[in-house]
Ligand binder design. Structure first.
Ligand code: URA
Length: 432
C-alpha cells in the first residue's frame, strides 16, 4: 500500500477501504506519512467527502491510536459534548443536575480558542480549582459525588491530535466527516456509557446552517451506534449568545445563579431539555416529562447546587467564591453600551459578541494567549426584547483601556427594528 495511491484514489472520488484508512492513520501517527502528503489527502477529503463507512473506520483507528479510559467499574456514566458556542456554560449546570439524580458525569473538557470559551478555562476562574485530575482521582470523584470535570488527557486519540493540528493550518477543519470522526474518536475513547451531542448552528457556531448541523449530528449518532453507545444529538440555535454572560468568571457566576434557580430563561430551558435526554439515556426515567419534573425539582430545591459545591470542593476550588459570587474580581473598566434608538431587538449576533469578548481579554486569539478571567460581556436584553433609546444593552468588562473601538463593534451586533420580533426557537430537534 502507498500513500500516493490513496491520495489519488480520494482525488478521483473513490471510496477508501478499511485497510487503506488504517494504513493512513497508523503511518501518519508514526511519521511514515509526511505532513504534506496528509495535507493533500485531507484536502481531497474536504472536497470529495467520505462515506459513513469511511468515517467510521477513520474514527475506529483514531481511537486505537491512543489510550482509552476504563470506567467500567462505574454505572450510568453519561457524557455530553457541545460543538461550542458563545456563552455556552451548560456543562457547569447540566452536570450537577443530572448527577443529583443518579447519573455519573465523566467529563473531559478542553480550553477555548478564538471566540468560543472552554469549560476548563471557566473552571479555572474559581481560585484553586484543579483541572488536571489523575485518572484515579477522576474516577473516585465520579464515584463519590457523581461528577468530575478534567482536562482532556494527552494520550486520548493521539492521531486525531496530530491530524487536527495539521487541519488547523491547512484550511481543512471545515469538513463534516473530519469533524465528526475527530469529536467522536475522543468521546468514544473517554469511556462513558452514553453520549449526548449538542450540535449548534448559526453565526456563532462551527456549523453555519441548520442543514450542516443536522448532517453532522446524524453522522455522529451513526458513529456512536456503530460502537454500540447510546448516542443522541440535539440541534440548537447559536444566532445569539446563550444566556446573558460571556467570559470566564462571568459565566461561572451565571451558571451558579442558574443552579440557584435564577438563571436566564434560554439557558435554563436548554439545560433542562438536555438533562431530560441524558436521564432517558441513562434509563433513570422512561419519559421526557418524568425527567423534566425530576430535573426541575432538583434545580429549584437546591439539590443540584449542593452537588456543584461538592464538586468544586473535591477539585480544590475555593467554595467561598461560589457561596458569595461578589468575591470574584471585577474588571477595572466597565463600559456600558447604550441603544441608539428605541425598538425591538431583531438580531444580536453571537459571532460579533464572541469576538468582542475575546478582544476584551476573555478569550485566546493564539493558543498561548493568557486569558483575563474577569473580562467579557454581560447582556441586559436578548432578541425579541423591547429597548428604549439610551437603555444599557450590555456592559463590557476589561482591563484593556482601548475598549471604545470594541464597544462600537458590539453595538454593530444589534439590529433594532420598529416591528415586534418573535425570537427563533432555541432547540430544533433531538435525534434519538
Ligand atoms: N472539535 C473537534 O474536536 N474536532 C474538530 O474537528 C472540530 C471541532
Amino acid at each position: 500500500m502507498n500513500i500516493i495511491d490513496i491520495i489519488l484514489k480520494k482525488k478521483n472520488k473513490e471510496i477508501l477501504t478499511e485497510e487503506e484508512i488504517k494504513y493512513v492513520v497508523e503511518n501518519f501517527d508514526n511519521g511514515n506519512i509526511k505532513d504534506y502528503q496528509m495535507s493533500a489527502l485531507l484536502m481531497a477529503i474536504v472536497i470529495n467527502d467520505m462515506t459513513d463507512e469511511e468515517v467510521i473506520y477513520l474514527t475506529k483507528y483514531m481511537i486505537q491510536s491512543g489510550s482509552r479510559i476504563d470506567l467500567s467499574n462505574l454505572n450510568n456514566v453519561v457524557d455530553k459534548h457541545s460543538t461550542g458556542g458563545v456563552g455556552d456554560k451548560t456543562t457547569l449546570i447540566i452536570s450537577p443536575i443530572v448527577a443529583s439524580l443518579g447519573c455519573r458525569v465523566a467529563k473531559m473538557s478542553g480550553r477555548g480558542l478564538g471566540y468560543t470559551g472552554g469549560t476548563i478555562d471557566k473552571l479555572e476562574s474559581i481560585p484553586g480549582f484543579n483541572v488536571n485530575l489523575s485518572m484515579d482521582s477522576f474516577i473516585k470523584e465520579i464515584s463519590d459525588i457523581g461528577m468530575a470535570i478534567t482536562s482532556q488527557t494527552e494520550d486520548i486519540a493521539l492521531a486525531d491530535k496530530k491530524i487536527y493540528a495539521l487541519r488547523d493550518v491547512t484550511g481543512t477543519v471545515d469538513s463534516i466527516p473530519l469533524i465528526a470522526s475527530s469529536i467522536m474518536s475522543k468521546k468514544l475513547a473517554s469511556g462513558a456509557d452514553t453520549i449526548l451531542l449538542d450540535v449548534k448552528f448559526g453565526e456563532g457556531a462551527f456549523m453555519k446552517t441548520m442543514e450542516d448541523a443536522q448532517k453532522l449530528a446524524h453522522l455522529m449518532v451513526e458513529i456512536g451506534r456503530y460502537f454500540k453507545k447510546d448516542t443522541r444529538a440535539e440541534i440548537t440555535a447559536m444566532g445569539e449568545p446563550l444566556g446573558n454572560a460571556i467570559g470566564n468568571s462571568l459565566e461561572v457566576k451565571e451558571a451558579v445563579e442558574t443552579l440557584l434557580g435564577k438563571g436566564p430563561k434560554d439557558l435554563t430551558e436548554l439545560c433542562l431539555d438536555s438533562g431530560a435526554t441524558m436521564l432517558l439515556q441513562a434509563k433513570v426515567v422512561s419519559t421526557r416529562d418524568e425527567g423534566r419534573k425530576l430535573l426541575e425539582n432538583n434545580l429549584y430545591s437546591g439539590k443540584a447546587y449542593k452537588v456543584f459545591l461538592e464538586f468544586v470542593k473535591a477539585q480544590h476550588g475555593d467554595v467561598s467564591y461560589i457561596e458569595n459570587l461578589d468575591k470574584f474580581p471585577v474588571a477595572l473598566y466597565q463600559e456600558k453600551v447604550k441603544a441608539l434608538r428605541s425598538g425591538y431587538i431583531a438580531k444580536l449576533d453571537a459571532l460579533t459578541i464572541g469576538i468582542a469578548s475575546m478582544k476584551l481579554g476573555g478569550g485566546r486569539e493564539k493558543k498561548d494567549d493568557i486569558i483575563d478571567m474577569a473580562a467579557g460581556i454581560v447582556l441586559n436584553y436578548k432578541v425579541g426584547d423591547h429597548v428604549n433609546k439610551g437603555d444599557v444593552l450590555c456592559t463590557l468588562y476589561t482591563e484593556r483601556p482601548h475598549y471604545d473601538i470594541i464597544a462600537k463593534e458590539v453595538l454593530s451586533a444589534y439590529d433594532i427594528v420598529d416591528e415586534q420580533v418573535v425570537p427563533m426557537p432555541l432547540i430544533y430537534e433531538t435525534i434519538e
